[in-house]
Design a protein around this ligand. Structure first.
Ligand SMILES: Cc1cc2nc3c(=O)[nH]c(=O)nc-3n(C[C@H](O)[C@H](O)[C@H](O)COP(=O)(O)O)c2cc1C
Length: 257
């Protein structure tokens, strides 16, 4: 997630966005609280991404205070204005990531308004903004959204195993399932593994090395941006693969192999 107002305002504000030609399909999520920031940021980044998403789910206090994330959940008109502005300005898909609202009819209203603004797909996290991430996900509201929506729906929340992903998919009939914490623990989750196999970690290491060699970012004339790109490249080179995979294997084990 990147802040649209910061992103659109200056090159300095875009420094945390880096990509390369292998990084596709890539969907960039913005936090925005008005259509102007969102659509201007969208126009700047459109040549480098395959799609855009509007964050309507972040429950953090700072975000709500600024009018971002889950603040937007009960502002369907505002969300629709933002989606419409982006769809009118750039020719790439635009989705929204929402949460369950307290009332199913409010959730459906948000979905319908976004659809009227030509949203391309909707990701729904089956917990309200007040619920903790340890609470069970409401699969019924996700199922209802899938039943009424005309665009593809992605279900999110509480998926830590392939079996849980299959169950959520079958129960709700959604088009896709998203995992966050589960994937951080086990990046091979969607291939059906309970634990990420060493072979996969090795493959990532090889890919990492190749990507360093072929590193290429949109050219920048600004010296501060060049410095940042060099810094990002260095950080990428020194990533500790073991740490990335949640300590599944130790760094010394990988070096020995
Ligand atoms: C480390 C971390 C970072 C996250 N960052 C974002 C974010 O930038 N945008 C977003 O929409 N959700 C973000 N989320 C929320 C997840 O997308 C997801 O909605 C939530 O974790 C529930 O899914 P899960 O039960 O599979 O973890 C983040 C979650 C985690 C754990």
């Amino acid at each position: 997630m990147m802040l649209a107002d910061v992103f659109r305002a200056s090159e300095f504000g875009r420094e945390d966005f880096t990509t390369n030609e292998r990084d596709t399909p890539l969907v960039l999520q913005f936090a925005a609280n008005n259509y102007k920031d969102f659509s201007e940021a969208a126009e700047i980044v459109a040549p480098y991404v395959d799609g855009l998403d509007l964050n309507c789910g972040c429950p953090q206090k700072w975000a709500i205070k600024e009018g971002y994330g889950s603040y937007l959940l009960d502002k369907p008109e505002k969300v629709a204005d933002m989606v419409r502005a982006v769809k009118n300005r750039v020719n790439i898909p635009c989705s929204i990531k929402i949460r369950k609202l307290n009332n199913p009819s409010d959730t459906i209203e948000l979905v319908r308004r976004a659809e009227a603004a030509n949203v391309d797909w909707i990701t729904i996290h089956g917990r309200t903004k007040k619920q903790s991430s340890s609470e069970p996900v409401d699969m019924d509201i996700i199922k209802l959204v899938k039943q009424v929506a005309t665009v593809p729906v992605i279900a999110n929340g509480g998926v830590f195993t392939f079996e849980q992903a299959s169950l959520l998919s079958q129960y709700t009939g959604v088009d896709a399932v998203m995992s966050a914490r589960g994937l951080l623990q086990n990046p091979a989750l969607f291939s059906g593994y309970d634990v990420t196999p060493l072979q996969c970690i090795k493959k990532f290491g090889i890919y990492q090395t190749k990507t360093i060699k072929s590193w290429s970012l949109p050219a920048s004339k600004s010296s501060s941006s060049r410095v940042h790109q060099e810094k990002a490249k260095k950080e990428f080179q020194t990533w500790n693969i073991a740490a990335l995979f949640g300590g599944l294997v130790s760094g010394s084990y990988l070096r020995d192999k």
